[in-house]
Design a protein around this ligand. Sequence first.
Ligand SMILES: *[C@@H]1O[C@H](CO)[C@@H](O)[C@H](O)[C@H]1NC(C)=O
Length: 249
Amino acid sequence: MKQSTPTIFLGLFLVLPLAFGDDIVTDSAFLFHICSSFDNYTAHTPYASNLNQALDQLASNAPPSGFGLSSVGKDNLQNQVNGLALCRGDVSSADCKNCVATASQEIRERCPYGKGAAIWYDFCVLKYSNTKFFGKIDNRNKFYMWNLEESDDPAAFNEQVKRLLTSLSEKVEATRNLYVIGDVEIKASEKLYGLVQCTRDLPSGGCKKCLEIAIGELPSCCDAKIGGRVVGGSCNFRYELYPIVDAQK
Ligand SMILES: *[C@@H]1O[C@H](CO)[C@@H](O)[C@H](O)[C@H]1NC(C)=O
């Protein structure tokens, strides 16, 4: 069963950075999902209705700021559902709402009756569980994506990627929404673009810590690869040789 694997290593063929590469990616196709709990609930039980409520709450409380938590069934730990939704830092409220709503539907289809699950899109991540996970760095739910193409100067390129992502992660704690983008010129007319983001339930210092761990996984994820992502339940980064979000164009 997939859910017992702590880390999922996933290779996807990323859209190659051709002319309109970035525009082909829509928010409708999910990137990955994990059914994280072996335990199941049954229909028409308190857990089922708490899950409905928790997901509904996320769809309304995440879009305004791009981040939301929900906790339903506080009086009975056995039936408690905790949920989290985070939209990418540049995504509008309307797109955030659509993404969270789509994610809520899709996750039920992908993990029917699962007591815990997570699903990722370009525009948002949605996660729920019967355990209390708020405020803790999630090292369980994680996957990698990379571009199959490799740099012709891997040692130097790896170093540039690490340096950019580290510099972004050093700025992130000072931001309001734990989201930082940046770019750096790596040779004449070639730029490297980066993005880092964390969920806002983490305690002070938690975002930087989470990203440090993720950046430490660069050699296993993305060695020499010209684009890549480490995507977790609490933080993620992405780097590409093309603009990732509109603000980088
Ligand atoms: C939950 O459901 C899955 C899929 O039907 C099944 O494989 C698994 O054994 C169930 N878990 C428990 C604890 O019954």
